[in-house]
Design a protein around this ligand. Structure first.
Ligand SMILES: Cc1ncc(COP(=O)(O)O)c(C=O)c1O
Length: 425
């Protein structure tokens, strides 16, 4: 045993002195294969992250950037979490999640969206909608399968599709349609390779929503072409105008739709990392098989918190929603007054004003706004090429900060405008 160890130590020692590799090591070095997988290599860094590295280095910034409620999780939910710990709830749960939570989810989804699911076979508790989306795509995509989604969209859609070896296919939405997606545009994008249509209403970053009739025409297309749907309804409680309809509730759609939802936004629980998926048994079963080997289960403490949110958090959620609506009205009115074209988002907590008239890219605009006025907004281009010319401003920020932000943005816009008209003269 000692002999080889000694001889290898001697060998390394002599190599160090001469500064050369022995032939085995040299061959290994020459052969070393690229570390990072090709499909991961091709994933771009999130435009939001890049921008927020700039923000972190600046002092005294008011941020309308991160898509996160400024409210702390309602006390009753935090208390339930503490109580769960106190009772020693610190174990794994079923891979699918606590049955009590799955039952509460099914009751909630039936009451709020008219969707009936079985808690034992059609419901999976996940680590946020983020994990549910990843599982959903990995469960169904074969390499090269196409996934259509509407853009501008949540930053993770295209990378999540690519990481599941699918091909992302973006369909642009227009400001003149208040960022609803046109069924005719989706139809143009459908090919024999199309497997999934990914929808998100109300939409991050535009606040776009879809009427019942608009969703009907998309559902008809989906049925005609036999494709599958993933609907990310994480902002659905934050629908300010009109009724929210889930595409899953339309005739013939529950069988071909995976319904994703979570607690991060409406219940101000981003840090709990808890969400869920409801859908066809086979889809949920396939997702569970990946989840059991990767995540095992969502945190039991977060599951207990989610249970409390569903049972007793409704009034807290409504109070936050009411405040978002007040802020939305203020922000949208102020943006339009200062010359930023801004439609009133019918849902979510994002305003998406157009900045094209200033002749700057959205990134340039956002960087200058940050440098000059210490206001951080996300360039629309972070949400895909169809987001260029816009800025995402999150109004889940205190009213006081919004007032200051709007004042500074008005000054900034005025200055840009006078430079622009001065240059034209
Ligand atoms: C549209 C959309 N889906 C999913 C997520 C991620 O949600 P979760 O915190 O549940 O992972 C976000 C977060 O911003 C989002 O905007």
């Amino acid at each position: 045993m000692t002999q080889p160890a000694t001889s290898s130590a001697t060998m390394n020692h002599s190599n160090q002195r001469s500064g050369t590799l022995d032939s085995g090591e040299a061959m290994a070095a020459a052969k070393s294969v690229p570390l990072i997988a090709d499909h991961v290599q091709q994933i771009p860094r999130s435009g939001i992250r890049d921008f927020f590295e700039l923000v972190q280095n600046a002092k005294g910034v008011i941020s309308l950037g991160v898509g996160e409620p400024d409210f702390v999780t309602p006390w009753r939910i935090r208390e339930a979490t503490i109580y769960a710990l106190e009772k020693g709830k610190t174990t794994y749960t079923s891979n699918l999640g606590l049955l009590s939570l799955r039952k509460a989810i099914c009751e909630y989804v039936l009451k709020s969206y008219g969707l009936e699911y079985d808690p034992t076979s059609q419901t999976l508790v996940s680590v946020g909608v983020s994990e549910a989306l990843d599982l959903a795509l990995r469960a169904v995509l074969n390499p090269g399968d196409e996934v259509i989604y509407h853009e501008p969209c949540y930053v993770s859609y295209s990378p999540s599709i690519a990481l599941a070896h699918g091909k992302p296919v973006a369909v642009g939405c227009r400001a003149e349609d208040k960022f609803a997606v046109r069924a005719s545009e989706i139809e143009k994008a459908i090919t024999p390779k199309t497997k999934v249509l990914l929808l998100n209403f109300p939409t991050n970053p535009t606040g776009g929503t879809m009427s019942h009739e608009e969703l009907e025409s998309i559902a008809a297309l989906v049925r005609k072409h036999g494709i599958w749907v993933i609907t990310d309804e994480i902002y659905s409680e934050l629908t300010f105008e009109g009724e929210h309809t889930s595409i899953a509730s339309l005739p013939g759609m529950i069988e071909r739709t995976l319904f994703l939802h979570g607690f991060s936004k409406a219940f101000a629980m981003t840090g709990f990392r808890i969400g869920y998926a409801c859908g066809p048994k086979d889809w949920i079963e396939a997702m569970m098989r990946i989840h059991q080997y990767s995540m095992l289960c969502a945190s039991i403490i977060a599951q207990e918190a989610a249970l409390e949110a569903l049972k007793n958090g409704h009034q807290d959620m409504l109070a936050m929603k009411e405040e978002y609506q007040r802020r939305r009205d203020f922000v949208v009115r102020s943006f339009n007054e200062m010359g930023l074209d801004c439609h009133s988002p019918r849902g979510s907590f994002y305003a998406f004003p157009g900045i094209q008239r200033f002749g700057l890219s959205s990134k340039e605009f956002a960087i200058r706004l940050l440098e000059k006025e210490n206001i951080a907004c996300v360039p629309g281009s972070a949400f895909g090429p169809n987001g260029e010319g816009f800025l995402r401003c999150c109004f889940a920020t205190s009213f006081k900060e919004l007032q200051i932000a709007v004042e500074r943005m008005a000054r900034f816009a005025q200055e840009l405008e006078s430079n622009r008209t001065g240059n034209q003269r």
